[in-house]
Ligand binder design. Structure first.
Ligand code: NAP
Length: 253
């Protein structure tokens, strides 16, 4: 019988990780590379060259703006040209814009929905279509949020987009399970990244958050990488359509 740990290996796999210049995306890219994958690391304001350099020759940096309706196709085309295929797609890039709901500008709503939800659908469709045409197995992992379940305050577009990501995950999983393509999501709790710097710096909010987390600490990007590796590897071949919370116990409380 094969060693179970071998089913976590990603040798000869090509993974595309969006938003990999920083935070969760960078940690996930490192984790998948550790398991043997070649990784296409994507950045927006700049290509994810530092992540690629830290990983080494198995990583290549790309750049695309996913707030543009053509950004996903632009990125997928670049990655296909370089690697010829994508076996694992990690839809991690995301943005958050805060305003009171009654004043929320439509332009900001459209940006958040495009980056967090529409580009996730576009990239999943491009990758899924290609996997189906190649009759190849595949993995798609979407980075959702606790706001896939909860509404939040002053972030209606973010909550709507992440709720949509959870539902899209299930919709794609249902259609593609017979093709041996598993689609899952990770809902991170409060993770210390640039995205949450303002919350960490706010003494009151920081204390309230820590009091509510059973684990009693902020998560680290690496806390998400282990879950991402599981959902990217053959170890999870019978797991599809799930939204896995990685939150130090927040949702169970
Ligand atoms: P982060 O370091 O700010 O990462 C966000 C990434 O998304 C950045 O690399 C950013 O690239 C990219 N991005 C933003 N706008 C983009 C655009 N228009 N086009 C393409 N890429 C764009 O924060 P993070 O915490 O690691 O966030 C990663 C994911 O986790 C996001 O989907 C976020 O919603 C989710 N999440 C985070 C937490 C948390 O507590 N940190 C909790 C729940 C969910 P640029 O910087 O180059 O624009």
């Amino acid at each position: 019988m094969a060693n179970l740990l071998d089913s976590f290996r990603l040798d000869n796999k090509v993974a595309l990780v969006t938003g990999a210049a920083t935070g969760l995306g960078a940690a996930i890219a490192h984790g998948l590379a550790d398991a043997g994958a070649s990784v296409a690391v994507h950045g927006n304001r700049r290509a994810a060259t530092e992540t690629a350099a830290a990983i080494g020759p198995k990583a290549v940096a790309f750049r695309a703006d996913l707030s543009s309706p053509t950004g996903a196709e632009d990125l997928f085309t670049q990655v296909k040209e370089k690697f010829d295929r994508v076996d694992i797609l990690i839809n991690n890039a995301g943005t958050i814009i805060r305003h009171n709901a009654d004043e929320y500008p439509l332009e900001d709503w459209m940006t958040v929905l495009q980056v967090n939800l529409t580009s996730v659908f576009q990239l999943s469709q491009l990758a899924g279509r290609d996997m189906i045409a190649r009759k190849a197995p595949g993995k798609i992992v979407n980075i959702a949020s606790l706001l896939s379940f909860q509404g939040g305050i002053r972030v209606p577009a973010y909550a709507a987009s992440k709720g949509g990501v959870a539902q899209l995950t299930k919709a794609l999983a249902n259609e593609w399970a017979p093709k041996n393509i598993q689609v899952n999501a990770i809902a991170p709790g409060y993770i210390a990244t640039t995205n949450t710097e303002a919350l960490q710096a706010d003494e009151t909010r920081n204390r309230q958050i820590l009091e509510r987390i059973p684990a009693g600490r902020w998560g680290e990007p690496n806390d998400i990488a282990g879950a991402a590796l599981f959902l990217s590897s053959p170890a999870s071949d019978y797991v599809t359509g799930t939204v896995l919370t990685v939150d130090g116990g927040w949702m169970g409380r």
